[in-house]
Design a binder for this molecule. Structure first.
Ligand code: HEC
Ligand code: HEC
Ligand code: HEC
Ligand code: HEC
Length: 118
């Protein structure tokens, strides 16, 4: 994964580097949006904290911290130009640690593991 300066400053700003090492932080499932909001508020993803109508602004924010789909691994790269991050990592309906599946869109039994091995 691409670790940008923006990510590093978000991590250190929130002391999350220390949190990530603590077993207590892993006990409760935490919503993905909540985890980000604890670091940078709702404004991390939403302009003025308000969701956009089409999700384009939010998609840009994901990529400004994590890098673009095209720059990521073999699970992500093939979706450049056809999906946004939230199609797989819905921030308000998935948790930290979730690994999105493939079978909601592909019916040939592919998995993240099989894609990463190729
Ligand atoms: C990690 C980025 C991220 C953060 C942080 C985040 N959101 Fe969102 N939010 C999204 C995305 C992407 C969508 C649209 C897709 C979806 O519904 O998951 C969304 C949708 C919404 C919606 C539309 C209704 C819905 O649930 O679909 C509301 C309201 C909302 N967010 C409020 C908030 C509030 C309030 C906060 C701060 C507590 C927040 N969001 C933090 C990414 C984020
Ligand atoms: C096609 C579904 C899909 C899309 C679209 C997608 N992801 Fe993922 N993502 C996954 C899967 C599956 C994994 C776990 C396997 C892996 O590491 O590739 C993952 C892993 C990750 C991880 C590492 C989480 C961990 O376990 O450490 C991050 C960060 C991430 N994705 C961010 C993003 C961002 C940012 C975008 C948009 C630019 C995005 N993803 C779009 C499916 C997706
Ligand atoms: C302000 C910077 C920032 C923005 C914007 C942002 N992220 Fe993150 N994200 C982080 C940091 C920091 C972490 C924790 C370290 C890591 O796992 O890379 C993280 C972690 C993640 C993880 C891994 C969670 C796990 O399971 O460990 C996923 C998936 C993810 N983000 C997806 C998204 C998506 C999708 C969006 C846009 C809707 C988004 N992020 C927007 C900074 C950001
Ligand atoms: C939200 C729907 C969605 C999910 C979930 C999804 N994909 Fe895709 N995937 C697409 C779309 C749309 C395309 C581009 C059109 C096409 O080629 O079918 C695509 C294309 C691909 C391609 C390139 C073309 C091909 O069919 O080989 C690969 C490789 C791929 N996906 C792997 C995965 C893997 C691995 C997962 C699970 C981690 C996954 N996808 C999850 C929607 C999805």
């Amino acid at each position: 994964m691409i670790v940008s300066n923006k990510i590093l400053s978000a991590l250190f700003g929130a002391g999350l580097a220390a949190l990530a090492l603590s077993p207590a932080a892993m006990a409760e499932p935490q919503e993905l949006a909540e985890m980000h909001a604890e670091m940078d508020g709702c404004e991390a993803c939403h302009a003025d904290g308000e969701p956009s109508a089409d999700g384009a602004y939010e998609f840009e924010q994901c990529q400004s911290c994590h890098g673009t789909l095209a720059e990521m691994d073999a699970v992500h790269k093939p979706h450049d130009g056809n999906l946004v991050c939230a199609d797989c990592h819905a921030p308000h309906s998935s948790n930290v640690g979730d690994k999105p599946g493939c079978d909601s869109c592909h019916d040939d039994g592919r998995t993240a593991e099989s894609a990463l091995k190729q």
